[in-house]
Design a protein around this ligand. Sequence first.
Ligand SMILES: [Fe+2]
Ligand SMILES: [Fe+2]
Length: 259
Amino acid sequence: MKVLFLGDIVGKRGREAVRDLLPRLEDRYGADFVIANGENAAHGKGLTEKTYQQILDAGVDCITMGNHAFAKKEIIEHLDEMDRLVCPLNHVSHLGEGCRQFKVNGKRVLVINILGVFMQEEYATSPYEAMDRVLKATERYGVDYYIVDFHGEATAEKRVFAEYYKDRLNAVIGTHTHVQTADEQIIDGMAYITDAGMCGPFRSIIGRDINECIQRMVNNEMTKYVISEADPILCGLYTEFNDDTKKCVAIERIQIRPE
Ligand SMILES: [Fe+2]
Ligand SMILES: [Fe+2]
């Protein structure tokens, strides 16, 4: 099984990058399943029904989320219909599905979205308790692949999570920082990267307007959130698994910068 994962899609430019570049990646890698993090897809914070549909129309099969999952309140009334959406399993609100099963080439693929605890605000309960609950609840179902989008701020907590679960999960892919790490690797058969990076404005502050961030952080001004209009970068991870052993056999970091 070949899986493509795209890092946090940020705003309109991020959605455009996925729409324009995903066909090229599909041709190159022949992916069976495409996952993308959509927590920043709607103008930098959250996801709407419209942006959800746009991302699926671009060729994504499953959308994972993060701390901004419910920033656009309108999503809450549509959660029941959004059957490709995976919300944070351990979000304090307990809204949405925290893990969802997909059938890919006859295999059962469980996609799980988990929040780290080192966030600016408190969004999450224990990632370990949440993950253990899912493993226990699904042990009799014969899940073929467990793929986790670990949405966290701290590099070390993602690595600890990965090392702790390496024999029980098939992929732990970090998201949230919007900056791709160059540490993609196979840990005893499990695919891992600390952060997949973002699909969004490249010359920006993790997707946000540079001047607005300077006004806020250097001059301490209360500014209105402004999303950058800069040309987008696309970041992600390609992974390939042996369907007999379920082990990761190939991993490749993807980064396409604007010309
Ligand atoms: Fe994000
Ligand atoms: Fe985030």
